[in-house]
Design a protein around this ligand. Structure first.
Ligand code: PEP
Ligand code: MN
Length: 337
């Protein structure tokens, strides 16, 4: 349920409504707005009788919320959310590009790649220190050493870093080094992990599970927000379909679908979304045209030597082409890069 306060409602009016909600055993989330304050109500198992709140002083309207998710919905928060990752905004008018290798491999590679992507316009650096690999025999990442390398690359370039956290046991460790915690597709419904990253208050890049519906995706984000952490950036990274010419099928239609029902920013990962280098630039163009708030792209200066996902990595030169091509598209849809 969402309570919309009158434009003329005072702070005391808002406080009284919050108190009534709390007395009903429910949680109140005050959402300040430019024109008026709204108050989201969570914690109810069924419908709440609107009459109890409707007549309180300063209440303009009580709106029942039809979705199972609440805090992520536009009904609760009509304006677009802008998440700050180490001072870099994600969402709003700007297009933000995250780039970097699939995995952190060495200090030299990381700094080299970080400099190359920064020079070409990336605002955030990615790289996995803990890697979720399909095979236990594949490179599993450098672990804590990888986090330190990321911090070193941040120091060298000024780019804030985004890196994956695989389990609850390492949330505090990863949060200590990273500017943004990535939840991978395979962990999108690891609910304990979602709650744990929610409790850190750090920005979270939540990747869509490879067979997650829109509702499941948004409910995963709801887990993070329900822990009091509003800093969630969604990321479409391709879903499983019968199509066999790409690694996954990039579901770009989820962008307008998310924008319609949620205030959270959404990025697109055309690298995992296609698995093929030659499809990354065209799908990046399409993602920005469709309204994505930015991209997360894998870049490696020696893709043939990459320890993971080499076939989908762009070289720095190709990444430069990508940036040059998406700029005018961003401008055409009213965004700046
Ligand atoms: C990644 O971004 O490094 C990654 C493993 O992606 P996903 O979880 O989308 O497969
Ligand atoms: Mn990868």
């Amino acid at each position: 349920m969402l309570i919309v306060m009158d434009r003329s409602a005072t702070e005391a009016d808002v406080a009284r409504v919050v108190e009534s909600i709390t007395r009903m055993g429910l949680s109140a989330h005050t959402i300040p707005g430019e024109q008026r304050v709204a108050i989201g109500v969570t914690g109810n198992r069924g419908a709440v009788d609107p009459a109890a709140l409707e007549n309180l002083h300063g209440v303009f309207e009580v709106i029942p919320v039809s979705h199972p998710y609440k805090l992520v919905s536009r009904e609760f928060h009509p304006d677009d959310t802008v998440v700050s990752i180490g001072g870099v905004p994600v969402g709003g008018r700007t297009i933000t590009v995250i780039a970097g290798p699939c995995a952190v491999e060495s200090r030299e590679r990381m700094v080299e790649i970080a400099r190359a992507i920064k020079e070409r316009g990336a605002k955030l650096l990615r790289g996995g220190a803990f890697k979720p690999r399909t095979s236990p025999y594949s490179f599993q990442g450098l672990g804590e050493e990888g986090l330190k390398i990321l911090a070193y690359a941040r120091e060298a370039t000024g780019l804030p870093v985004v890196t994956e956290v695989l389990d609850t046991a390492t949330v505090d460790l990863v949060a200590e080094w990273a500017d943004c915690l990535q939840i991978g597709a395979r962990n999108m419904q690891n609910f304990e992990l979602l709650k744990a990253v929610g409790r850190t208050g750090k920005p979270v890049l939540l990747k869509r599970g490879m067979s997650a519906t829109l509702e499941e995706f948004l409910l995963a984000a709801e887990y993070v927000l329900s822990e009091g952490n509003p800093n969630v950036v969604l990321c479409e990274r391709g879903i499983r379909t019968f199509s066999d010419f790409t690694r996954n099928t990039l579901d770009l239609s989820v962008i307008p679908a998310v924008k319609r029902v949620s205030h959270l920013p959404i990025l697109v990962d055309p690298s995992h979304g296609t698995g093929k280098r030659n499809k990354v630039i065209p799908m990046s163009r399409a993602a920005i045209a469709a309204g994505a708030d930015g991209l997360s792209v894998e870049v490696h200066d020696r893709p043939e030597e990459a320890l993971s996902d080499g076939p989908q990595a762009l070289t720095p030169e190709l990444f430069g082409e990508l940036m040059a091509q998406v700029g005018p598209i961003a401008a055409a849809v009213g965004r700046s890069s």
